[in-house]
Write a protein that binds this ligand. Structure first.
Ligand code: COA
Length: 162
């Protein structure tokens, strides 16, 4: 039986920590959909189309990965498409509480048997967040090795726009 997995997030921008989770999830499941979703509490640097294009570019080497966007409730997307697994990454204990609440809320909203599962972030990337990367870049610090090459140049050009 084919095991379909979903990995959703803002990915503003995608980091090497996210990519590590994506590559590991793609190796475990038959197919992996990456969903560029909306966290209503966030203001984004890259618009949805930009985040979609970047994600397609950096996952182009993974043949069982597809990328999609969705602006509503995550559970509506899951209930429409049907997934066996919803993958989340955990960087440490600070992620745990909010992830637990999201997983429990989603469990109420998922109509099928979709399970939320957590992959532990590789310790190399446990200190990275999209906001921190943007902040360091905004002050001219090096973000090499933290995000894919195309994201480094993307952030630099966004910083010059403001
Ligand atoms: N490596 C690096 N950074 C990581 C990471 C990893 N492995 N895992 C998480 N992060 C960071 C991200 O960079 C991000 O940093 P930021 O807050 O500085 O931007 C942070 O952890 C959280 O990222 P993400 O996993 O993308 O979550 P999010 O909060 O941006 O988005 C959604 C979560 C979009 C999936 C969620 O809000 C959602 O489902 N929205 C749809 C509406 C909905 O259904 N809401 C109810 C949910 S119960």
């Amino acid at each position: 039986m084919e095991r379909k997995a979903l990995y959703a997030g803002s990915f503003d921008p995608v980091t090497n920590g996210h990519l590590n989770i994506i590559e590991r999830a793609a190796a475990i499941f038959d197919s992996l959909t990456i969903l560029i979703a909306v966290n209503v509490n966030k203001k984004y640097m890259f618009d949805t189309d930009e985040r979609l294009e970047i994600m397609k570019k950096v996952t182009g080497h993974l043949s069982n990965v597809t990328v999609d966007t969705h602006s509503g409730l995550l559970a509506d997307y899951v209930n429409e498409k049907g997934f066996d697994v919803y993958v989340r990454g955990l960087r440490g204990t600070t992620d745990f509480e909010s992830e637990l609440h999201m997983a429990q809320m989603n469990a109420r909203l998922f109509k099928g048997d979709t399970e939320t599962i957590f992959l532990m972030t590789d310790p190399k990337y446990s200190f990275i967040s999209s906001s921190l990367v943007k902040e360091v870049a905004a002050f001219g610090g090096s973000i090499d090795g933290l995000v894919p090459e195309c994201v480094v140049s993307g952030i630099r050009s966004k910083s010059q726009e403001v």
